[in-house]
Design a protein around this ligand. Structure first.
Ligand code: AGP
Length: 610
C-alpha cells in the first residue's frame, strides 16, 4: 500500500531516496516524504501531498537536502486524508525519532490516548505517528531497546524504517506482515519495500521475516529476531534487468506489460515443459497426495480471483475434482470446510495481499495443504505456502495487472495438466494435444496483439459510454469478469460482467438504446446459446462488440458493430487469448478519457491492509 526506502552510505541520500521512491510510487501515490540526517543540517524532513513530483520540486530533486542517511515514503492513505501533515516520515515530539511505515497499527487509538495522557502532543491523524512517539517515549540511551519495547506494545502490521538523531550513522528496520528487502551495497546499504527500488545500486538482497529487526550502517546490515538474537540472513541475487522496471519507450507501464505477455508466458511455461510433458520440479506434492485429493479451494483477490474463476471451469473438467473459488476477504471469515485432503491454492501477484495472506494462514491452521501461485520472489505468501509455483512474469508496475494474470493462468494450466496426468484422466492423445496447444499460446497471443489498431479504433468509438456490460457463458463469463474489472479500474466507467443466461433474470432491464455490450463468444459449445442472448440485448437497442473466433464471424456480422477475432485453441486456453483484447480495450478507453492509467485513483498495487 505504501512504499518505503532507506539509504545509509557516504553519498547524498536525498537523490537516491527520491529515485527509489519513483520506483515504488505504484505502491501508493497520494503523498510522499523524506527524512535525511546531515552532520551540519541535522534532521531535515520534507513532505508533500500529491504525486512524488511535488516532493521532487520541493527539494529541487534532492539538491536542497544534505546528509548521507535517510528514509523515504510514498503513501496510500489509511488513517487521515492525504495531506502534507499526514504524510510520512513522522517525527516524535522531541524531534529525535523519524519513522516511515507501511501497514496499519490497529491499537493506535489506545496507544495514542495513553501517550497523550503523559503529555505527548500529536500533530497528525495517522496511526504511524504513534510509533514515532512510542519509540521516543521508551528511548533513554539505547535505541534498539526502545524499538523492541515500542513494538511489543503495537498490534497490527508494519514494515518500518526508523531514524534516531542520536545514532546518525544508522537506520533501523522492523517487519511484521509487510514486505521489507535489505540491499547490500558497496560502502552503502539499502532498505526498501520492493527490490525495484534497490536494483539500480545492488542485486545482492535478503528478505526480512516477520519479527525481525535490522540495523543498517554504511558498512554492515545486522539482523536480529524479536528477542535481539542475531539472525544469519540468506542472500539472493536479483536476476532481472532494471529495464524490466522501466517504460522502455512505451507511454505507460500498462501497455508495455500488455505487450510483454507473449514473452512472459514463454518464460513461465517453456522451462516447465520437457519432451512434451509438464514437469513441475519446484512442486513437492507427491502422486499419492494428488490421488488423495477430495477438493481444491482457490483463494485470491481481484484479478487473481478471476484467474481462479476461469481455472475452476477447466480444472473441474480435466480432473473431475470439485474446485471452489473464494474471495480471500470472504474465505477468512466464513468458517471454510477444508482438511488434509483439500489443496488450497492461493494466487497473488504481489504475494503480500493481506486478505490472501490471512486466508492462507487460516487454511494452514485448518490442516489444508497450501500452494502459492505468486509473482514476487521472496514475498510473504511465497514463503509461507507449503509449495510455491512462481509465475516468472518479471516486475509488474502498472496497478492494473495484465501479464501477471496471463502467467497465473499459465501456471494453472500446467498444474491442471500435471494433476490430470497423475490421475490418469486424459488419453495420451488428448494430453499431447493440450501440451502442444499450451506451447502455442505465446505465438497465438502475438497474433492477438497484432489487432491493436482495430481495438484502438473501437475504444475511440465507445470511450464516452457511461456503462458497459460484458456477457458470456461458461469460461467466457469468467473471463468477462476480468475484462470488466480492467475497464472499471482504469477508465472509471461503470461496468458489469454477467453470465449471459442470467441477464433475463434482472439485469436486462438496464439495457437501453445505445448501451454497449461486449459479447464474449469464444466457447464454441455454447456459441448458439450466447448468440440468443446477444440477439436479446440487441433487440433492446444495445450496441454490440463481439469477441469470437473466425468460424463465427459470419453469424456475428449481422449483430455486432465491432468484431474482435482470436485464434481458436482448445476452450480451456481461450480465456488466455481473449483477455488480451479486453485489456487493450480498457487501456485505449482510459487513454481516450485522459485517465491516469498506471496509477488509477484510490488504488494501489499491493494491498497490504484489510
Ligand atoms: C487488478 O488489476 C488489481 N489491481 C487487483 O484486483 C489485484 O489483482 C488484487 O489486488 C490482488 O492482488 P495480488 O494478485 O497481488 O494478490
Amino acid at each position: 500500500m505504501c512504499g518505503i526506502v532507506g539509504f545509509v552510505g557516504h553519498e547524498e541520500a536525498a537523490p537516491i531516496l527520491l529515485e527509489g521512491l519513483s520506483r515504488l510510487e505504484y505502491r501508493g501515490y497520494d503523498s510522499a516524504g523524506i527524512a535525511v540526517y546531515g552532520q551540519e543540517d541535522g534532521l531535515q524532513v520534507y513532505k508533500a501531498k500529491g504525486r512524488l513530483k511535488a516532493l521532487c520540486d520541493l527539494v529541487d530533486n534532492g539538491a536542497a537536502v544534505h546528509g548521507t542517511v535517510g528514509l523515504g515514503h510514498t503513501r496510500w492513505a489509511t488513517h487521515g486524508q492525504p495531506s502534507d501533515l499526514n504524510s510520512h516520515p513522522h517525527v516524535s515530539q522531541s524531534g529525535r525519532i523519524a519513522v516511515v511505515h507501511n501497514g496499519i497499527i490497529e491499537n493506535y487509538l489506545t496507544l495514542r490516548q495513553r501517550l497523550q495522557a503523559r503529555g505527548i502532543h500529536f500533530v497528525s491523524e495517522t496511526d504511524t505517528e504513534v510509533v514515532a512517539q512510542l519509540v521516543d517515549y521508551y528511548y533513554k540511551d539505547d535505541i534498539m531497546d526502545a524499538v523492541v519495547k515500542a513494538l511489543s506494545q503495537v498490534e497490527g502490521s508494519y514494515a518500518l524504517g526508523i531514524l534516531c538523531i542520536d545514532c546518525p550513522d544508522q537506520i533501523i528496520a522492523a517487519r511484521k506482515d509487510g514486505p521489507l528487502v535489505l540491499g547490500y551495497g558497496d560502502g552503502c546499504n539499502f532498505l526498501a519495500s520492493d527490490v525495484t527500488a534497490v536494483i539500480e545500486h545492488t542485486r545482492d538482497v535478503s528478505y526480512m521475516e516477520d519479527g525481525e529487526i535490522a540495523v543498517l550502517t554504511a558498512d554492515s546490515i545486522k539482523v536480529y529476531d524479536s528477542l535481539l538474537n542475531p539472525v544469519e540472513k540468506e542472500h539472493f541475487t536479483v536476476d532481472w534487468e532494471i529495464s524490466a522496471a522501466e517504460k522502455g519507450g512505451y507511454e505507460h507501464f500498462m501497455i508495455k506489460e500488455i505487450m510483454e505477455q507473449p514473452d512472459a508466458l514463454r518464460k513461465c511455461l517453456f522451462p516447465r515443459i520437457k519432451n512434451h510433458k509438464v514437469v513441475l520440479e519446484d512442486l513437492s506434492l507427491d502422486e499419492e497426495y494428488i490421488r488423495s485429493l477430495h477438493k481444491i479451494d482457490i483463494v485470491a483477490c481481484g484479478s487473481s480471483y478471476h484467474v481462479g474463476m476461469v481455472s475452476k471451469y477447466f480444472l473441474e473438467s480435466l480432473l473431475r475434482i470439485p474446485v471452489e473459488v473464494s474471495l480471500a476477504s470472504e474465505f477468512r471469515y466464513c468458517d471454510p470446510i477444508v482438511d488434509e485432503h483439500t489443496l488450497v491454492i492461493v494466487i497473488s501477484q504481489s504475494g503480500e495481499t493481506a486478505d490472501t495472506l490471512a486466508a492462507l494462514r487460516q487454511a494452514k491452521k485448518l490442516g489444508a495443504r497450501t500452494l502459492g501461485v505468486v509473482n514476487v520472489v521472496g514475498s510473504s505468501i511465497a514463503k509461507e505456502c507449503d509449495d510455491v509455483l512462481y509465475t516468472w512474469a518479471g516486475p509488474e508496475i502498472a496497478v492494473a495487472t495484465t501479464k501477471a494474470y496471463s502467467t497465473q493462468l499459465g501456471v494453472l494450466y500446467l498444474l491442471g495438466l500435471h494433476f490430470a496426468d497423475v490421475l490418469g484422466r486424459l488419453s495420451p492423445d488428448r494430453y499431447d494435444t493440450l501440451v502442444r496447444q499450451l506451447l502455442l499460446l505465446p505465438s497465438c497471443l502475438e497474433q492477438v496483439l497484432e489487432q491493436k489498431e482495430n481495438i484502438q479504433y473501437l475504444a475511440f468509438h465507445y470511450f464516452n459510454h457511461e456503462s458497459i456490460f460484458f456477457i458470456g457463458r461458461n469460461i467466457d463469463y469468467a473471463m468477462g469478469l476480468e475484462g470488466s474489472l480492467k475497464l472499471k479500474e482504469i477508465s472509471y466507467i461503470h461496468s458489469e460482467a454477467y453470465a449471459a443466461g442470467e441477464l433475463k433474470h434482472g439485469t436486462i432491464s438496464l439495457i437501453e438504446p445505445g448501451t454497449l455490450v461486449v459479447a464474449l463468444a469464444t466457447y464454441g459449445k455454447l456459441f448458439d446459446k450466447t448468440m440468443s442472448n446477444i440477439v436479446e440485448v440487441k433487440s433492446r437497442g444495445a450496441d454490440i462488440i463481439a469477441l469470437t473466433t473466425e468460424e463465427h464471424t459470419a453469424a456475428m456480422e449481422s449483430q455486432a458493430s465491432g468484431i474482435i477475432l482470436v485464434p481458436e485453441l482448445d476452450p480451456m486456453f481461450m480465456p488466455s487469448l481473449a483477455v488480451v483484447p479486453l485489456q487493450l480495450f480498457a487501456y485505449y478507453v482510459a487513454l481516450n478519457r485522459g485517465c491516469d492509467i498506471d496509477k488509477p485513483r484510490n488504488l494501489a498495487k499491493s494491498v497490504t491492509v484489510e
